[in-house]
Design a protein. Structure first.
Length: 258
């Protein structure tokens, strides 16, 4: 099977992962799952992230990309952080050497594309869909498109160059807080990589040293570390970095010597 771009598509997804800002336990999630079942999707469906930064495709793009190295090949991601739903933004699906993605072209998929070796991108065109709500593309457009991919029917649509995706020109590292978890830990869009451990992180007027683990610093101390997804994260041992430093998504961070 080939797409309109000529790229071979002989495989089908083995897993469906939902990445949304719908909220944990939301009825929106249940409706998306129900639509997939209704359209004969037999692949397992998991909730990878249900509390992505609300209305914030930019922060969410870096968070999504950080999960990819740890996901199994053949995963199809339904990605919905979509404040412009019903407006002029277009819907797209991507195929990379490892994954499929379905979602809005608002920057949300840009970093997933950046970190892939091969990317085929295409607009979603499903003219045979019945009339549907203009404010719930997760259920009424993205789920049906994903279902067709899962059942071996590639959605039609205009092929686009990956570098024409919204967000293709965003920086590789985002020097700000992109996610805050239930513990009050703040994930940044900075790759930790081989950063020198003597680096001091500056955020909201505070200087934060590096620590390898939570238990290596005193209780309540705020520090930065390399999290399980390879990003710089701000945390407090048995405390809330969010509360201690008055953090929120979008807070800028920088290194002390920059």
């Amino acid at each position: 099977m080939k797409t309109e771009s000529g790229m071979a598509m002989t495989d089908t997804p083995q897993l469906v992962a939902l990445f949304t800002d719908f909220g944990i336990g939301s009825h929106y999630l249940a409706q998306v799952k129900a639509r997939l079942l209704q359209m004969n999707v037999t692949q397992p469906v998991i909730e990878l992230c249900s509390d992505a930064p609300a209305f914030n495709p930019r922060a969410s793009a870096y968070l999504l990309a950080s999960f990819l190295p740890y996901m199994p090949d053949g995963t199809l991601f339904i990605c919905v952080v979509d404040p412009e739903v019903g407006g002029g933004r277009e819907a797209v699906w991507l195929k990379t050497e490892r994954f499929w993605f379905v979602g809005p072209d608002n920057g949300l998929l840009s970093q997933a594309a950046r970190h892939s070796q091969q990317v085929m991108a295409q607009r979603i065109d499903l003219p045979d869909l019945p009339a549907h709500a203009k404010t719930f593309d997760g259920r009424d457009l993205f789920a049906p498109a994903a279902a067709r991919i899962c059942t071996g029917s590639i959605p039609k649509g205009r092929v686009i160059a990956p570098d024409h995706l919204v967000g293709a020109d965003w920086p590789e590292n985002l020097a700000e807080v992109i996610y805050i978890d239930a513990y009050g830990n703040a994930v940044t869009g900075l790759a930790a990589g081989n950063l020198p451990k003597e680096q001091v992180l500056l955020v909201n007027g505070h200087q934060l040293p590096y620590a390898e683990t939570f238990c290596s610093v005193p209780k309540g101390m705020v520090f930065w570390y390399e999290n399980a997804n390879g990003l710089v994260e701000i945390a407090a041992n048995q405390g809330s970095a969010k509360a201690s430093l008055t953090l929120e998504v979008g807070c800028p961070v920088r290194w002390a010597d920059t």
